[in-house]
Unconditional design. Structure first.
Ligand code: NAD
Length: 385
């Protein structure tokens, strides 16, 4: 089949198998070229197939020499439709990692379920006995909790509605977007999906089954961002969930004193999760331009590689005064934010290409689905199974 991108808004309905493989190979090559470090050796990555989770899996494998078990929720191809990108990414990663002498096994199923937790525990036992690190990198719009209720997260404000400039991803034009305040149940549902409840259930299950090594570390990823995006992110429904995630880190540490549970606050990047948030894509397009010009731009793999190379020492991570790992340190630098805000105030449809890196935004977007990579013949037939 000849696979072309089918983009609608922030979604792409197809994925190119060879492009996804190239994406993984590029990330592996980056890590191989940029140094190794002491680190975990037996790692469980929950949400391992795209974005920050995939970059984490690649980094611990190639920078720290770890074996990994990954959990993902991806669709295989049925012969007529392509698989989702995470499926192709993971297949490519497993093949390369195994060829390079690393164990890399993956479970494709709903990480929120008790069944997948039990299956993972069996796989940890038979594969490496105990995990010394658990990276929790799930991003999902819904979760069926152990009570059988399916909760759906919303991207809304808390309190008052908020109107700001936003990039319409269908037309590439700037327009105003208004985000409405969430109802109490919507806030609670978002916390159920993206908060820390499921992370705690994972750690409880792994501890109970004795498959966590003594002094294991568990990491979850968060975002704070600048004040500009506070109404939609940090002070919005997703921010409430992230605050719950941060509290969960404390709860895990107090419940299991030998487990170091930490939050890494990462930079905003184009991933399937972030493209869905209003206002954020325009912010990212400006931020990419400013950070690229300052020589400070990082993608997922550069962020996570730096996380292990610079912030990880003797089995734990360097944190700020409030106990958070700050990988958003460069994004939030005063000079960077000052320049972003200057562009934000001026940006309109006439100067969009001058003030933003909208092309870089879209390149990253297409790359997630395996498109726009050099060296791939997108006009050629490709096996999609
Ligand atoms: P992503 O959409 O690229 O990845 C999500 C992963 O979760 C995929 O591997 C997917 O298969 C898996 N997944 C989703 N639902 C699942 C389920 N039910 N069972 C098993 N696996 C499931 O997302 P991302 O942007 O890399 O986000 C990962 C984490 O990083 C999130 O906590 C997010 O908030 C955080 N983060 C993201 C950004 C950003 O800008 N993208 C910035 C900072 C922090």
């Amino acid at each position: 089949m000849i696979v072309e991108p089918k983009v609608r808004g922030f979604l792409c309905g197809t994925a190119h198998p060879l492009g996804c493989e190239k994406n993984v190979q590029n990330q592996i090559a980056y890590v191989k070229a940029n140094g190794t470090c002491e680190g975990p050796k037996k790692v469980l990555v929950i949400g391992a197939s795209t974005g920050y989770g995939l970059a984490s899996r690649i980094t611990v494998t190639y920078a720290c020499g770890a074996d990994t078990i990954g959990i993902m929720f991806e669709k295989e191809s049925n012969g007529r439709r392509t698989a989702t990108p995470g499926y192709y990414n993971t297949r490519a990663f497993e093949a390369q990692a195994e060829a390079d002498g690393h164990i890399a096994k993956t479970i494709n199923g709903d990480a929120f379920s008790a069944e997948i937790k039990a299956e993972t525990i069996s796989l940890i036992r038979e594969t490496f006995g105990q995990a010394d690190m658990v990276i929790y990198s799930l991003a999902s719009p819904r979760r069926t909790a152990p009570d059988g209720v399916t909760y759906t997260s919303v991207l809304k404000t808390v309190g008052e509605s908020f109107t700001e400039k936003s990039l319409n991803l269908r037309t590439n034009e700037i327009e105003e977007a208004s985000i409405l305040p969430a109802a109490e149940e919507e806030i609670a549902a978002t916390v159920k999906v993206m908060g820390g409840e499921d992370w705690m259930l994972w750690i409880d299950a792994l501890k109970e089954a004795d498959v966590l090594a003594p002094n294991a570390v568990t990491l979850a990823y968060s975002y704070i961002g600048p004040e500009l995006t506070y109404p939609v992110y940090n002070n919005g429904t997703i921010g409430m969930a992230k605050k719950h995630l941060t509290q969960t880190a404390e709860q895990i540490r107090s419940k299991y004193p030998d487990v170091t549970a930490l939050i890494s606050v990462n930079k905003a990047l184009v991933t399937q999760a972030s493209a869905a948030i209003p206002i954020v894509p325009l912010y990212i397009s400006i931020m990419y331009k400013v950070m690229k010009e300052a020589g400070l731009h990082e993608g997922c793999i550069e962020q996570i590689h730096r996380l292990f190379m610079e912030k990880y020492q003797n089995g734990s991570f360097q944190t700020d005064a409030s106990g958070l790992i700050r990988m958003d340190d460069w994004e939030l630098r005063e000079d960077i934010q000052k320049r972003i805000m200057e562009s934000w105030k001026q940006v309109n449809n006439d100067n969009l290409h001058a003030l933003t890196d909208i092309d870089g935004y879209w390149d990253d977007f297409y790359h997630m689905f395996g498109f726009r990579f050099d060296g791939i013949d997108y006009t050629a037939d490709v096996e999609i199974l």
